[in-house]
Write a protein that binds this ligand. Structure first.
Ligand SMILES: [Zn+2]
Ligand SMILES: [Zn+2]
Length: 195
């Protein structure tokens, strides 16, 4: 594992700036690795780990810097729950820990560093030095991860019976006995404009 300042540099480069959220995300991932006992998530342990994130904020960008779990590798899963929380799953040992950032950490940051001029600076300083247990609540959990959700899963794509577009990883749904993509099944987030 690298040091926190080293991770901070990498996170700042990837995210575009260094902020309290980045440091919180790094600390969260480091705590997760510590609780799971993983020492080399980007190397030897690289294939054992899947991370679920529950929010799309600054901290989310920092987590893959430590874990190496990336969306495009299917090792980072986004569940849009709007919570500053993440679950780190060790596939080899079959165990997982969910960490939630404590609201009380923000208050603690103000108390620890009233001399600093902004909330962001107060939190950055505090999140570097506060113990894991004051930053996060940890909960051991079970996560059912299907084979179709694992990196490396291979299956032929299925053509949607309505739009004809290819659907991978078993993400089609059966409607009236025919495979249909989730967009055509009613989950479409866009409306096509008339040509
Ligand atoms: Zn940020
Ligand atoms: Zn379709």
């Amino acid at each position: 594992m690298k040091t926190l300042p080293e991770y901070e540099q990498l996170a700042a480069a990837a995210h575009g700036h260094l902020c309290a959220g980045q440091i919180l995300g790094l600390r969260m991932a480091l705590y997760g690795m510590r609780l799971l006992g993983l020492e080399d998530p980007e190397g030897a342990d690289r294939k054992r780990l899947i991370t679920y994130v529950e929010i799309d904020r600054c901290a989310t960008d920092a987590i893959p810097i430590v874990t190496g779990c990336r969306l495009g590798k299917r090792a980072l899963k986004f569940r849009d729950f709007g919570k500053m929380a993440a679950t780190f799953c060790d596939l080899q040992e079959g165990r997982a820990v969910r960490l939630v950032a404590l609201d009380s950490a923000r208050q603690r940051a103000r108390e620890l560093h009233p001399e600093l001029p902004s909330k962001n600076l107060q939190q950055m300083a505090a999140y570097r030095e506060m113990p894991d247990e004051e930053l996060f609540e940890a909960q051991w959990v079970q996560v059912a991860i299907g084979p179709e959700d694992l990196p490396g899963y291979k299956a032929p794509a299925v053509a949607c019976a309505r739009c004809g577009e290819s659907v991978n990883f078993g993400r089609e749904v059966m409607v009236g006995g025919a495979p249909v993509c989730r967009a055509c099944a009613g989950e479409r987030y866009y409306d096509p404009l008339p040509r």
